[in-house]
Design a protein around this ligand. Structure first.
Ligand code: GLC
Ligand code: GLC
Length: 650
């Protein structure tokens, strides 16, 4: 179909619906859709050309796009226009995020409205609300087992309250991120229940088999995601007598995206979220959405095709909505979620910088930044116009998923190196102040990830337990160092709630049968607002962590140079303990240096020449406020244990 005919075809469809519309907006929608339509059609056919329902489902998809546009409110259409710019809105340095569970942070959605001032006071203006939609409490995976995509879990509130919250956030200049859990539904979702009852239409929504033959074939090459609590990738469903694919927990049934009807129905949910006013849609576990026997069933090319298809549909209907692909996979694989080939920059707008996150923990444990440095060549390939979510940790475990070659390049032996990190963060390594736990231990592969709050992993729990004030100071310095690097490196920094007040691990989850099989709950705190009030008491731990976090955020927001325009250059520090980079624009630059070791260490002042500051005689560290004379090339600039510096020219 050529452009003009697509335009005519769609405008006829809009007219047939007899819904009043604003002509100018309608034209701009038609322009967007008709210019994306060919691509949408091609991508769709590349997945579904052999499927008997391909025609009907494509027709349905077209209707959904039109309906999505017609249901988009005037206010959101205005926001779409405002968000347009030369550089994408989500790359700006004035964005700082926090991820939180509504019920554990406060109580419910209406209470959260009262807490927006707290977030704004900290400097947070981008909020990721952990899954809110209906999910069986006893088998919920923290809300990632959704039983109704459109109904807010009643203990949080209602969809109307969610909309009101979003409206209020927008009026305060805040942004919202929500999840779409695309890969699976709860076994209590209507589709799963009808499949279990034998309705063929819904059996085809999942991967269901009468015997173990195909499941066995799949499992030969599929790694276990939760090897200790939910081994294997299939679950026997007694009602249907079938084996159902359940890659994550046994109660999370994988949707079958080889069926175009599944794609279309999930696309409808995506546009529903778009029209609630969501600014960033976090696509949960996209690496898993396509399965093929004989593969790991992760990162398959068709998974990328689905994401590209989603991107082009969203771009047509709700151009202000950005997409985040939650792909916590190997570094080179993560980068592919920004699109490859002719789709570079046309897939996900954001991805988690999970590699950098884990490498910060690597450097903190070893006091050595060489593995972090070895990874940067890969990470710098991120396309212009896309950005990262940067973070020190989130609701999930910390996986050590970077490449063996990166560890080798730094001069370490990969298996032994990872072993050390696991022992260090679980507190088993002699002298380690970290208090974490291993998650997802797989005796077959010797793999394990790490659970724990930022503060506990940085040694605060240990220091308080032993009542050692100097270790408390050290742990706070580590916390702030970790946050600083994630705030200045580029991308939207997303803090995890509780970390701004130094929450320690909580072990009460062990008594809850709905949670005790999953130690990620140790680092998902229940906020005690009396404790958070202590942040106002000068000298308290809460005050020290909160105010320093607040100050980091202020510095980031005050310097547009921290916006992500692919303006990051790593510096040769010639010191294995210090990571340094320059952020720059056409006229200015800022130098950031981070000492990850427990010792004082020195860099020669030549580092400034390497950074392209040849003539500088005086500089200022905006973190400490101190001004310094620049020393001679062979003299040393000294950094204290876990100190970082943010140098500007004066
Ligand atoms: C994502 C979520 C994680 C969840 C999984 C399954 O990785 O972040 O918490 O367990 O998906 O939905
Ligand atoms: C995610 C990641 C894995 C993570 C898990 C949830 O999708 O692949 O690293 O640990 O699911 O915990």
């Amino acid at each position: 179909m050529y452009q003009e005919s697509i335009y005519q075809f769609l405008s006829q469809k809009i007219n047939d619906r007899k819904i009043p519309f604003n002509e100018e907006e309608c034209i701009s929608f038609l322009m967007r859709v008709s210019s994306n339509f060919d691509v949408i059609h091609q991508l769709y056919l590349s997945l579904y050309h052999n499927h008997p329902k391909r025609g009907d489902c494509f027709e349905a998809l077209t209707e959904i796009l039109i309906e999505g546009f017609q249901k988009r409110s005037q206010a959101l259409r205005q926001l779409d226009i405002q968000k347009k710019g030369v550089t994408p809105w989500f790359t700006r340095s004035d964005l700082v995020g926090m991820s939180l569970y509504v019920d554990r942070f406060c109580m419910n959605l209406s209470d959260l409205r009262q807490k927006l001032e707290y977030l704004l006071d900290l400097g947070v203006n981008f909020v990721h609300l952990m899954p809110l939609m209906q999910s069986p409490q006893e088998a919920s995976d923290g809300g990632y087992a959704v039983s109704d995509f459109r109904k807010v879990e009643s203990r949080f509130g209602t969809i109307e309250q969610l909309e009101a919250l979003i409206g209020e956030m927008h009026s305060k200049g805040m942004y919202l991120m929500l999840d779409i859990v695309l890969n699976h539904t709860s076994d209590q979702h209507e589709w799963a229940r009808r499949a279990s009852a034998g309705e063929q239409q819904f059996v085809e929504y999942f991967y269901m088999y009468d015997d173990r033959e195909i499941p066995n074939d799949f499992e030969k090459t599929m790694p276990d995601i939760f090897p200790d609590s939910s081994p294997g990738s299939f679950t026997f469903d007694a009602q249907s007598g079938k084996w159902v694919m359940s890659v994550f927990n046994s109660y999370q049934w994988d949707l079958n995206f080889t069926n175009p009807e599944v794609f279309v129905r999930m696309m409808e949910h995506i546009l529903f979220y778009a029209n609630l006013g969501v600014d960033v849609l976090r696509i949960d576990a996209p690496a898993f959405i396509w399965k093929k026997i004989g593969t790991t069933c992760q990162n398959l090319p068709e998974a990328h095709t689905i994401l590209q298809l989603i991107k082009h549909c969203v771009q047509s209907v709700a151009p202000g909505l950005a997409l985040l692909g939650e792909a916590i996979v190997a570094p080179a694989e993560i980068l592919k979620y920004f699109g490859t080939g002719s789709f570079v920059g046309r897939e996900c707008d954001l991805a988690y910088n999970a590699t950098q996150m884990a490498l910060q923990w690597d450097a903190l444990a070893t006091g050595d930044v060489r593995v972090m440095m070895a990874a940067q060549k890969e990470l710098l390939k991120k396309p212009f116009g896309t950005t990262w979510i940067t973070y020190t940790r989130c609701h999930d475990d910390i996986g050590l998923g970077y490449d063996d070659t990166m560890i080798q390049e730094a001069g370490f032996q990969p298996a032994r190196h990872r072993e050390f990190l696991k022992e260090y963060y679980s507190g088993k390594f002699p002298g380690s102040p970290a208090r974490g736990a291993l998650f997802g231990v797989n005796p077959k592969t010797n793999d394990a990830r790490i659970s724990g709050t930022l503060a506990s992993l940085c040694g605060l729990e240990f220091a308080l337990e032993k009542n050692r004030p100097e270790e408390v100071d050290l742990s706070i310095n580590k916390i702030i160092l970790m946050q600083a690097q994630s705030l200045f490196i580029g991308g939207i920094p997303v803090l995890f709630y509780g970390d701004e007040c130094g929450y320690l691990n909580a072990y009460s989850y062990q008594k809850d049968p709905a949670k005790n099989y999953d130690n990620r709950w140790m680092h998902r705190p229940e906020i005690n607002w009396e404790k958070n009030q202590i942040r106002k008491k000068k000298g308290s731990i809460e005050h020290r962590i909160f105010t320093q976090t607040q100050k980091l955020i202020r510095i980031r927001k005050a310097n547009s140079i921290f916006s992500d325009t692919s303006n990051l250059a790593w510096l040769p520090c010639h010191n294995i303990h210090v990571a340094g980079f320059k952020r720059y624009d056409a006229s200015e630059s800022i130098i950031c240096l981070f000492n990850f070791s427990a010792n004082k260490t020195g860099l020669t002042w030549f580092v400034l020449k390497d950074a392209g500051w040849p003539e500088q005689t005086k500089i200022r560290d905006v973190w400490s406020g101190l001004e310094t004379e620049v020393g001679k090339d062979d003299q040393h600039l000294v950094l204290n244990p876990y100190q970082f510096i943010i140098f500007v020219k004066i």
